[in-house]
Design a protein around this ligand. Structure first.
Ligand code: PEP
Ligand code: MN
Length: 258
């Protein structure tokens, strides 16, 4: 298992590899996390995402179960041999999270939180750095340097859509970021089609476009009952939708990519 885990993490960190990360926006309960993890495992997914601390735009929205959710993630990740990914939102939680999760996620709202980047940099754990919603490529890569200059070059970048004048979608997916940022940095890039679109019906199209453009992975918010998702329900996909999305990916990559 340990060896397996290391090779999956090497795949996530490879600019040639491809990884699918799935799971709920926020961890809602131990039982629901267990159920989704089991379903993802059956689909062959290796990476489980789930938020313990949520950066909600409104302070009145549900902001996550907090520390207890980390213990659920660790327990359930171990039970199903899944690599766990979770967002760190606060410098005060870095050490705690490092004991509980496998991969740090830095959300769009914290791309410019330099003390957080520095502290996560010091952990030496793999980090997925999301693009700030209004960040240029250069600004995003400078944030990545806050991690690498603190000794952490286990970096994966994540395009999650940017703010434009279009309001139909939650954000505007910037497909150019995939080849551009890979060429500029050499880091692998994964795509989050869920926050890019905010709409579950568009997640498949954006996922496949990302694969064709050379993305190294997808992070897709997935829920057993998407409409009941406590957080980001409009964009959550079902297990069945997820299985349709991932089915042709290997073949697409074989046909399209060098
Ligand atoms: C998330 O991945 O749940 C999230 C909050 O994403 P973002 O930081 O891209 O809004
Ligand atoms: Mn979300």
């Amino acid at each position: 298992m340990q060896e397996d885990k290391q090779s999956l993490i090497r795949m996530l960190l490879s600019a040639e590899g491809f990884s699918v990360i799935a799971g709920p926006c926020t961890i809602e309960s131990r039982d629901s996390l267990d159920e989704i993890a089991s379903a993802l495992k059956d689909l062959g997914i290796k990476f489980l995402r789930g938020g313990a601390y949520k950066m909600r735009t409104s302070p009145h929205s549900f902001r996550g179960l907090g520390d207890i959710a980390l213990s659920y993630l660790k327990e359930i990740g171990e039970r199903y041999d899944l690599i766990t990914v979770s967002e760190c939102t606060d410098v005060r939680k870095v050490d705690l999270m490092a004991d509980y999760i496998d991969v740090f996620l830095i959300g769009t709202r914290n791309m410019n939180n330099y003390p957080l980047l520095e502290d996560i940099g010091k952990t030496q754990k793999p980090v997925i750095l999301k693009r700030g919603m209004s960040a240029t490529y250069e600004e995003w890569l400078q944030s990545a340097e806050y991690l690498s200059t603190n000794g952490n070059d286990k970096l994966i970048l994540c395009e999650r859509g940017i703010r434009t004048f279009e309001t139909h979608t939650r954000n505007t997916f910037d497909i150019s970021a995939i080849p551009a940022v890979k060429a500029l940095s050499g880091y692998p890039i994964v795509v989050d089609p869920s926050h890019s679109t905010g709409t579950r019906n568009y997640v498949k199209a954006i996922s496949w476009a990302a694969v064709a453009a050379g993305a190294n992975g997808l992070m897709i918010e997935t829920h057993l009952n998407p409409d009941q998702s406590v957080c980001d329900s409009e964009q959550a996909v079902s297990i069945k939708d997820l299985s349709e999305i991932i089915k042709p990916i290997e073949e697409m990559r074989r046909l399209l990519l060098p």
